[in-house]
Design a protein around this ligand. Structure first.
Ligand code: SF4
Ligand code: FES
Length: 248
């Protein structure tokens, strides 16, 4: 495939940035999107030009780093995949592909396609943990009965990889699908009950402090989420928040 790429180039956080056009040739349909970007960067380096900066780590849908907005969609046109799992067979020979960073006030651009998502880390630090009983009377976790339904839902929520596609997709730049998943994975399990009240209050307060918008139930986040995190998690977080506020 021969493709035209229109890529957001921005030298630093302070630079204004602009779309720049590049051509790539002989791209195999079996390549991943990031491999196609590698081909472009090898061409740029060979010409003595600055390669396009983009985030990646695992390249297998686990780390949540590869935050690209491709043709107006977070992680591109496929469903249930991250950018590193997106294959070039989703595109056609001669296509023009627009590639931009995830855009949100709480995800400032650092360089080209790399954004700062440490706001997610700070939300996690505000409550995304459980305490460990070291009294000597610690109950074996395997001895605590948990219903299959609760275990399955907690596991589903725990598959959130913190990629930020939900925020990038949302017209309000809301992080409620991410925070809902992180609150839910503990709220559904007995081990999460000790800090349950503080957790939801603190994580939501941090989410607001970071400048994420509110949820208006558009549902775009659920559609673009590569891990299929359900809107049900936002509803659960809202219930947890209401009950914590009444206690608090
Ligand atoms: S909820 Fe989905 S889209 Fe949002 S951070 Fe988690 S995995 Fe990514
Ligand atoms: S590089 Fe890790 S999820 Fe894409």
């Amino acid at each position: 495939m021969n493709l035209t790429l229109k890529i957001w180039r921005q030298k630093s956080a302070k630079d204004k940035g602009q779309m720049v056009e590049y051509k790539v040739t002989d791209i195999s349909e079996h390549m991943s999107f990031l491999e196609m970007m590698d081909v472009l960067n090898e061409q740029l380096i060979a010409k003595g030009e600055e390669p396009v900066a983009f985030d990646h780590d695992c390249r297998e849908g686990i780390c949540g780093m590869c935050s690209m907005y491709i043709n107006g969609e977070a992680h591109g046109p496929d469903r249930g995949v991250t950018t590193c799992q997106l294959h070039m067979r989703m595109f056609n020979d001669g296509d023009t592909i627009y590639i931009e960073p995830f855009r949100a006030k709480a995800f400032p651009v650092i360089k080209d396609l790399v954004v700062d998502r440490t706001s997610f880390e700070r939300i996690q630090q505000a409550g995304g943990y459980i305490s460990v009983n070291t009294s000597g009377n610690t109950q074996d976790a395997n001895a605590i009965p948990i219903s299959k339904e609760a275990a399955d839902k907690a596991m589903d929520a725990a598959t959130c990889i913190g990629c930020g596609a939900c925020v990038a997709t949302c017209k309000n730049s809301s992080a409620m699908l991410f925070v809902g998943a992180k609150v839910s994975q503990y709220a559904l399990l007995p081990q999460g009950q000790v800090e349950a009240t503080d957790r939801v209050l603190n994580m939501v307060a941090q989410m607001d402090a970071e400048g994420f918008g509110n949820c208006t139930n558009t549902g775009a986040c659920e559609i673009e989420c590569p891990k299929g995190i359900s809107l049900e998690n936002i509803a659960r977080m809202n219930r947890e928040y209401l009950s914590a506020s009444l206690k608090g």
